[in-house]
Design a protein around this ligand. Structure first.
Ligand SMILES: C[S@@+](CC[C@H](N)C(=O)[O-])C[C@H]1O[C@@H](n2cnc3c(N)ncnc32)[C@H](O)[C@@H]1O
Length: 357
């Protein structure tokens, strides 16, 4: 693709960079000179935003697979918001092997403060091809350093987060160009985000919702307008009903209709929890939306606070009968939990085949 063709199709990404990158930087990176790497820098649109917003004195190295695009990026002058010229280098290199400097030497281990990608990781890589890049990030990013990596159609938030966790990164948040942007960038920090030994406030685990060591669990319920005995037990609620017995569901009937995105609690029946929190993440046509999922998470956590629970486990709401893509729903749930800043510890449980819902 020629640089002109690239410029014609990269407009949306170039616009999104100006909204997403400063949101990722804000409150996350220290205010000192940084060594910044821009993976898949294209014609330098993302490099220009990094150069503008990163702390004064930072150096930015862009990596680009396409030589013609790298040539365009190399010819540009990059300015900091103070007007100062920013020290940059553009290197023609694909991601997936050792990242090298302009002289061809591997970047030193732990030397990079921030790695950025937009339009690359979630748009060109997959769960099976991202591994070597993640290993390289674990090598070059300093402890406490950050990675802002885009998610999108080829690699979603949940899968990327799982790979990054295995390599020693913690997910901090996800920033988007607008509220329901299906892409955006996930912010990771290298190393433990919490004091050693302290459990993370928001955790993602793979397994069985009903086996979590927490005080309450969230049931992916509905508007509660149909008698429960008319509903076929399925997914999470089916598993809860089988293990808890019918008592919590009889109690639930007495609570009446639940507003979309709302939450009510009942006892846990035979399950070993202090409470079940039932949320209505799906509407009367059995569909979930970004809004209904985010509102359900907020309602469940606020209710858990009022009940004095110290911890709750949540399934990937909206992704079963609600039909919302599981990876997107997971990202949305993690985002909402991170924004809430609740004292209640939240464990998001992605089910394993053979487990509930
Ligand atoms: C959508 S563009 C985004 C460019 C730039 N980050 C921006 O925001 O304007 C994605 C870029 O990633 C580059 N790319 C794709 N696969 C790559 C790889 N394996 N290694 C390095 N660059 C790659 C493409 O050539 C393209 O320039």
């Amino acid at each position: 693709m020629s640089p002109e063709e690239f410029a014609a199709i990269n407009g949306r990404q170039a616009w999104a960079n100006w909204r997403t990158i400063p949101r990722c930087l804000s409150g996350n990176v220290p205010d000192r000179r940084l060594l910044v790497v821009d993976l898949g820098c294209g014609a330098g649109d993302s490099t220009a935003v990094l150069a503008f917003w990163c702390p004064a004195g930072s150096r930015v190295i862009g990596y680009e697979l396409s030589a013609p695009l790298a040539a365009v990026a190399s010819r540009r002058r990059y300015r900091h918001r103070t007007g100062a010229t920013v020290d940059t280098a553009i290197i023609v290199q694909g991601v997936g092997g050792e990242l090298r400097d302009a002289a061809g030497r591997p970047l030193a281990a732990g030397s990079v403060d921030l790695v950025h990608s937009s339009g690359l990781v979630g748009h060109h890589l997959t769960r099976s091809t991202v591994g070597p890049l993640v290993q390289e990030l674990a090598r070059v990013v300093s402890r406490g350093g950050h990675a802002f990596l885009d998610v999108g159609p080829t690699l979603g938030d949940g899968e990327l987060t799982a790979c990054m966790r295995e390599a020693g990164f913690q997910r901090l948040c996800r920033k988007r160009s607008f509220r329901f942007d299906p892409t955006g960038e996930v912010v990771f920090v290298h190393g433990a985000a919490e004091a050693p030994g302290a459990p993370e406030r928001v955790q993602l685990v793979y397994g069985d919702l009903l086996s979590q060591p927490v005080e309450g669990i969230v049931n992916a319920w509905n508007r509660n307008v149909l008698p429960w005995w008319l509903l076929l037990p399925q997914g999470v609620s089916g598993a809860i009903k089988r293990a808890a017995g019918t008592a919590p569901f009889r109690e639930l009937v007495a609570k009446g209709a639940i507003p979309l995105g709302g939450a009510v609690h009942t006892g846990a029946g035979c399950l070993p929890f202090r409470a079940l929190i039932h949320v209505a993440a799906i509407d009367l046509t059995w569909r979930a939306s970004a809004q209904s999922i985010a509102d359900s998470v907020t309602s469940a956590m606020r209710l858990a606070e009022r009940l004095g629970l110290s911890s709750v486990a949540l399934p990937v709401l909206g992704s079963g009968s609600g039909g919302y893509p599981a990876d997107e729903a997971l990202g949305l749930i993690l985002d909402t939990l991170e924004r809430l800043d609740s004292p209640v510890r939240a464990v998001v449980v992605r089910h394993l085949p053979g487990g509930p819902g």
